[in-house]
Ligand binder design. Structure first.
Ligand code: A3P
Length: 302
């Protein structure tokens, strides 16, 4: 247990990763009991990498036959409800899976800690990661939010020390990336490895690619009718963050649900430049270089 970590409850180290105590029971239960179906699709990420966005996109892709931009459940249910979190779903009774019987689920668990059935079944994984400095700044802001009555918020500097030591929810951060990266090289048909920065640069291209990968390709007719663009626009930061459900809702309908508005901050690439000191930048870049080494995974200078 890491006593100094103050954001959103206690954090403890369990079999290779840091996990909030309130989610650990669910994570262990899922590891032991979750029976993945070959048709399941898992949205996986380390927190603060663009999970909320990817959930909105994949949900919209998979449900586009039933719903359009006016009727999508994303108007009334946030992406974390629409694409439920495996370890939360198992840890808390009463948390409903998303609307309808969709194949989509999500988890922040590292690749090595996934339930065995997810690895062995033919199910697919869409993974998103983000340049570490931007991810850290996003996490630092998230961690600095005081959750009702429970803990004191954490400063960016305090959070930074933990992050560099590998202490962050579902961290060590770099191990998380590397686990999925290496698995995606071995099994490209099972794991689609995405970077937030690429998705920002050319969202329509990746929406098309994600849809094909998940087995929900767009027909030529859909493309002509602008279906991809419609999804891109609906799921954009500007639109999503302004939905009423994003302003008032919680990430789960229980007392530990996080205000959903904390999942929408700026949605920009390179915001670290506004927050990190030259020393912090140097230290994080050095760790990233050391950790990623010659894995082949790298991030463009931004
Ligand atoms: P910032 O804090 O840098 O703004 P996660 O969903 O994994 O917790 O990641 C949260 C980050 O994704 C936040 O980054 C948030 O603003 C950004 N984000 C949320 N929705 C987005 C969207 N529709 N488009 C782009 N970025 C989005």
């Amino acid at each position: 247990r890491e006593n100094g970590w103050k954001a959103y409850g206690d954090i403890c180290f369990y079999k290779g990763f840091w996990c909030y105590s309130y989610l650990l029971e669910g994570a262990i239960f899922a590891q032991d009991h979750y029976k993945a179906q070959p048709t399941d699709i898992f949205i996986c990420s380390v927190p603060k990498s663009g999970t909320t966005w990817l959930k909105a996109l994949t949900f919209s892709i998979v449900t586009r036959i039933q719903f359009n931009k006016s009727t999508t459940p994303l108007h009334t249910q946030n992406p974390h409800t629409c694409v439920p979190v495996l370890e939360r779903y198992f840890s808390r009774k009463g948390i409903k899976p998303g609307p309808g019987s969709l194949p989509l689920m999500s988890t922040h668990m590292p690749y090595a800690s996934l339930p065995k059935s997810i690895i062995d079944s033919g199910c697919k994984i869409v993974y998103i990661c983000r340049e570490p400095k931007d991810s850290f700044v996003s996490l630092g802001h998230y961690a600095s939010k005081l959750r009702a009555g429970l803990q004191e918020p954490m400063s960016l500097e305090e959070c930074f020390e933990f992050f560099c030591k590998g202490v962050s929810d579902y961290g060590p951060y770099w191990d998380h990336l590397l686990g999925y990266w290496k698995a995606s090289l071995e099994q490209p048909e099972k794991i689609l490895f995405l970077k937030y920065e690429d998705l920002i640069k050319d969202t329509p291209f990746y929406v098309k690619k994600i849809a094909e990968f998940m087995g929900y390709p767009f027909s030529l007719e859909e493309e002509k009718e602008g279906e991809i663009q419609e999804i891109v626009e609906f799921c954009s930061f500007g639109n999503m963050s302004n939905l009423e459900v994003s302003k008032t809702g919680k990430s789960a309908d229980d007392n530990i649900g996080v205000d959903i508005k904390t999942f929408y901050r700026k949605g920009k690439v390179g915001d670290w430049k506004n927050y990190l000191t030259p020393e912090m930048i140097e230290r994080l870049d050095k760790i990233t270089k050391q950790k990623l080494g010659d894995s082949g995974l790298s991030f463009d200078e931004i």
